[in-house]
Write a protein that binds this ligand. Structure first.
Ligand SMILES: Cc1cc2nc3c(=O)[nH]c(=O)nc-3n(C[C@H](O)[C@H](O)[C@H](O)COP(=O)(O)OP(=O)(O)OC[C@H]3O[C@@H](n4cnc5c(N)ncnc54)[C@H](O)[C@@H]3O)c2cc1C
Length: 508
């Protein structure tokens, strides 16, 4: 019987002792993965005096974090205070739990809620710049999302990595962690890696079959931080976990988001939680591959506009509900009895479109994802939506927006530049929606100190994990813009604790 019925992963307590390996190098802390969690971990470990190496299996740094939208939800930021927005940790936790269907690890959520704003302020000291903007993502009760100077996680990871390099850290690409080396008590004391690894993208294959690179052994005196991200692009693995996540579903992630590192941890007896929860982002578009531009335009479009079933012109969900509710609603309605698919259409007017930058709108139009129409009739004809149905939905919605009360789906209305946008000011902007695999909520079990647990619920000495590699904080569905604070907060905790172990080791 394989662990959790997943093919190819057998649980082993076998260890290679210090005498079994010839060490090639020695470090205090090894950080595996160079996204938000890994970059935060290396910076923190360096600040705490540890000789630290960060490796990434890919030829470029940053994983999903580097291609991410840069949206960070934190409580009581200066941006909220400047705008008089009242928020609280309790409300933040409540929103996360609601999206996660209450399956979240409360202790981990509280740590994120309480430390998110200080993690953001810590990135300021590392040279990250933020623009003066505050947004509200679906599922959040108040505006609390902020962005770096442009909508890109790379604007956070790169300054952190530069800080690490300036402060004595070592960073290497194309080095894959293959296994841990343990002492006779099961404590992790090092890593087996392959340098010059050649990642070869085939999402239908198990990445563990790729044998490229040169084997090396790194001795680690403190801890190893697994900041190895999620497995959304591992089509084979994700389907073993949830057969409903079929290979034809597109994915927003970078190609390296496979389950290889998770399997290494499972093989070494790490306990996993919530693997079955795989999130679809409701704002993908069938008219482009990957993440694309639609999710960026979706922020104002879902806030100020409507999403309709193209067969009727009717709304069918609160456009600001959390991702799971919206994705489930789309997938439920979009398949026709004959197997064909009708994609819902998201519509906002010219005022709503001003909720994002002109550059984003132009990019969407240029890529043929966003379409612009002078009249609703032209829009209805283009997407084959019954005009009467659409007109009624638009009129009803405009009435709700003006009364600030959505009588059908309870969507909250927010002011934009002093007005609550409705759907009366042409031109009208529209795009077709299709959920895409976006985030894996499951991963290894940690505690609030980022220590990884084994299947007997004991701490695996010397092993830490942070970010999307971890299961628990987000329950059944992650709330938008809450991954970055999770990664930064727990990346710092993991880096600090891994460094502390090295100090203890030196004191002994
Ligand atoms: C397109 C997109 C947009 C997003 N936008 C937002 C947003 O605006 N706000 C938000 O909060 N969240 C967002 N998310 C989610 C968020 O980006 C991720 O959850 C987050 O980046 C995960 O960070 P991480 O550090 O855990 O992992 P990653 O950033 O994925 O980094 C993991 C790294 O580990 C490396 N790795 C894996 N295994 C090994 C191994 N064995 N050896 C060596 N290296 C290894 C990988 O190559 C990768 O570089 C977005 C996600 C995507 C895909």
């Amino acid at each position: 019987m394989t662990l959790f019925g997943l093919a190819g992963i057998t649980n082993t307590n076998a260890f290679a002792s210090e005498n079994d390996v010839k060490w090639d190098e020695e470090w205090d802390v090894l950080v595996v993965g160079s996204g938000f969690a890994g970059s935060a971990a290396i910076c923190q470990a360096l600040e705490d005096g540890a000789k630290t190496l960060m490796i990434d299996k890919m030829p470029v740094l940053g994983g999903n974090s580097a291609i991410n939208g840069g949206a960070i939800a934190v409580v009581n930021s200066s941006f909220q205070k400047d705008r008089g927005i009242k928020d609280s940790y309790e409300l933040y936790v409540k929103d996360i739990l609601k999206a996660g269907l209450g399956l979240n690890r409360m202790d981990l959520v509280e740590v994120i809620a309480k430390n998110g704003n200080s993690a953001y302020e810590w990135t300021l000291q590392k040279g990250v710049y933020y623009r003066n903007a505050l947004g509200q993502f679906g599922g959040h009760s108040v505006p609390r999302t902020i962005w770096p100077e442009i909508n890109s996680g790379g604007k956070i990871t790169i300054p952190l990595q530069e800080f690490a390099m300036r402060n004595g850290g070592t960073i290497r690409t194309r080095v894959i962690l293959d296994d841990f080396i343990k002492d006779e008590n099961g404590k992790i004391i090092g890593a087996k890696v392959r340098e010059n690894y050649d990642f070869n993208f085939d999402p239908m294959k198990d990445e563990s079959e790729n044998k490229t690179g040169v084997v090396k052994y790194y001795k680690v005196n403190g801890g190893i931080v697994m900041a190895t991200g999620g497995f959304s692009y591992d089509i084979k693995f994700r389907q073993e976990i949830d057969p409903a996540i079929t290979p034809d579903l597109d994915c927003t992630n970078h190609y390296g988001a496979t389950a290889q590192a998770l399997k290494v941890m499972m093989k070494n007896n790490a306990k996993t939680v919530d693997l079955k929860w795989i999130q679809l982002g409701p704002w993908g578009s069938p008219d482009e591959k990957g993440f694309g531009i639609a999710p960026v335009f979706a922020i104002p479009a879902f806030s100020y506009g409507i999403m309709v079933d193209a067969r009727t012109g009717k709304r069918f969900v609160n456009e600001l509900a959390d991702r799971k509710i919206r994705s489930d609603a789309i997938l439920k309605m979009h398949k026709n009895p004959d197997g064909t698919i009708t994609h819902p259409v998201v519509i906002c007017d010219s005022v709503g479109a001003k909720g994002t930058t002109k550059a984003n709108v132009y990019r969407g139009i240029h890529k043929n994802v966003i379409k612009v129409f002078d009249t609703l009739k032209e829009l209805a004809d283009f997407y084959h939506i019954p005009y009467d149905g659409l007109k009624k939905s638009v009129d009803d919605y405009t009435r709700y927006a003006r009364a600030r009360k959505d009588e059908e789906f309870g969507k909250p209305f927010f002011e934009f530049k002093g007005v609550v946008p409705d759907l009366t000011k042409p031109p009208f902007y529209a795009w077709r929606a299709l959920p895409k695999v976006h985030h894996t909520m499951g991963g290894v079990k940690i505690d609030t100190e980022a220590r990884v647990y084994d299947n007997d619920d004991n701490v695996i000495e010397g092993l830490f994990a942070a970010g999307e590699a971890v299961g628990g904080p987000h329950g059944a569905s992650r709330l938008g813009s809450c991954a970055i604070p999770d990664c930064l907060v727990f990346g710092r905790i993991a880096g600090r604790n891994a460094a502390n172990l090295a100090k203890k080791d030196k004191e002994c």
